[in-house]
Ligand binder design. Structure first.
Ligand code: ADP
Length: 430
């Protein structure tokens, strides 16, 4: 093709209700593809594109440009794959949005609350994408929905190992996703709910409670309802966690992506007034390898400290004396019931704060900075159920001088001295 601005590009003419799917090769940090809408109208995961604007996508991006009316799109650079598909479930997703919007209208009329929606399914079926789509559509028609992120492996809101809630006030940015100002974030500490399912369920309940309180005070939030993204673990305790979530959030609608058995199980186990809907996954959703998932997690942590694209952050590195902080892990290793101290149950051990003695093995661990300090017994009890105010990474430990070096988004001192350790590690290669 003729290079208009010096760069070679490929032009795609899309008919109505089709989508252009493309991927940018992962691994090489310099890899990128630019996309430009030349004629017509189109959207990326529910966010409308501006015409004649070049959007840049970095390594590992997997994008779909969908058009309701038809359009022309240019791709600059070398995507790993790029093709147009006529076979997309977008119409079904739009209908789902229309049904939810109907429920919001009714809620508005009857002075009730709007739909609380839980999106479930195995990994790599496009759960996060469907959440983003429904949230962007809702905000585009003037709603203020809340996004609840329960996927501790691939959080769209904060670093991995957390659960969170975010009020959505504008559609997702085409390149960067939702603006994450002032999310409410809780420490979970690992990338799979299975490492501490009691804690996971507890935090789900905490988020549900905070959301309900907000709905009581804020009518728009109540009518907007929420969209809950969940983990891809849908068996055993993972399944029980979904049922728990449905009950604690009092969800009205469950969207099951591409999993008939899960659909039938939820229909059987949830109260009859909960609408359980089976939706197909998009053929465009690409399966990600373990390695790819790990890279995405790493990238999310790097973004937290160093920023993203146009916005660079400059993190601080400083020393913290062991004696100035208290580090805890949530959950003691489970021990047989017969060995538990009198009056204590397994639940207590999983939610217990266990002091961590700083040692060399702390190096590279991500630590959450709790929003409360462990002044007394009561405060200590509330730590597990309190949000965090940020994260640091331990980059060096000196046991001789009893000092550790940390990477922090803010200059010293630490805002609080209670730190919660994650299983997750981050090696700063910058
Ligand atoms: P899940 O949350 O179920 O693990 P995601 O929503 O994160 O799945 O989707 C996995 C990947 O597939 C993401 O990188 C997303 O950008 C991509 N993707 C989703 N839908 C499409 C589509 N229609 N075409 C191309 N890529 C897509």
């Amino acid at each position: 093709d003729a290079p208009a601005s010096g760069k070679p590009f490929t032009r795609f003419d899309l008919e109505k209700e089709t989508e252009l799917r493309f991927e940018v090769e992962a691994g090489d940090a310099s890899e990128q593809v630019e996309m430009e809408l030349v004629t017509g109208m189109a959207e990326v995961f529910g966010s409308e594109l501006n015409r004649n604007k070049k959007y840049t996508f970095g390594p590992g991006s997997k994008i779909a440009v969908f058009t309701w009316q038809g359009c022309t799109v240019n791709l600059y650079g070398k995507p790993e794959v790029a093709y147009v598909s006529k076979d997309t479930p977008m119409l079904l997703y739009l209908n789902t949005h229309a049904a939810l919007e109907q429920m919001r209208k009714q809620a508005e009329r009857d002075n009730e609350r709007g739909p609380r929606v839980m999106v479930v399914g195995p990994t790599d079926v496009g759960k996060s994408t469907v959440c983003r789509l429904l949230l962007s559509y809702a905000v585009r028609v003037g709603r203020r929905p809340t996004f609840v992120e329960l996927d501790v492996g691939q959080s769209g809101v904060s670093v991995p190992g957390t659960v969170s809630a975010l009020c959505i006030e504008r559609p997702a940015d085409v390149e960067e996703g939702f603006s994450v100002q002032a999310p409410l974030v809780y420490h979970f500490g690992s990338t799979t709910p299975g490492t501490n399912i009691k804690l996971y369920n507890k935090l789900t309940s905490c988020l549900a409670e905070v959301f309900s309180q907000r709905c009581e005070m804020n009518r728009k939030a109540s009518v907007g309802g929420c969209i809950i993204n969940t983990c891809g673990w849908v068996k055993g305790s993972g399944y029980q966690a979904l049922v728990h979530c449905a009950s604690t959030f009092q969800v009205d609608v469950v969207l099951v992506l591409d999993h008939e058995r899960l659909y039938n199980e939820l229909k059987r186990d949830l109260p009859h007034f909960v609408r359980v809907v089976l939706l197909p996954k998009s053929g465009g959703v690409v399966e990600r390898s373990k390695e790819c998932r790990r890279e995405t997690r790493d990238e999310k942590i790097r973004e937290y400290f160093y920023g993203f694209r146009g916005i660079s952050f400059f993190p601080f590195s400083y020393e913290v004396r062991f004696s100035d902080v208290r580090i805890y892990k949530i959950g003691a290793p489970s021990i047989p019931d017969s060995c538990l101290p009198l009056g204590m149950s397994q639940d207590d051990t999983q939610l217990k704060l266990v002091p961590v003695t700083p040692g060399r093995d702390l190096t590279y661990h991500v630590l959450s900075v709790s929003s409360v300090d462990d002044g007394d017994e009561d405060a200590r009890k509330s730590i597990v159920e309190s949000p965090v105010c940020g994260f640091i990474v331990v980059t060096q430990v000196d046991t001789q001088t009893q000092v550790m070096k940390v990477l922090s988004p803010a200059p010293r001192p630490l805002p609080r001295h209670t730190l919660l350790i994650m299983d997750i590690r981050f090696m700063d290669m910058k």
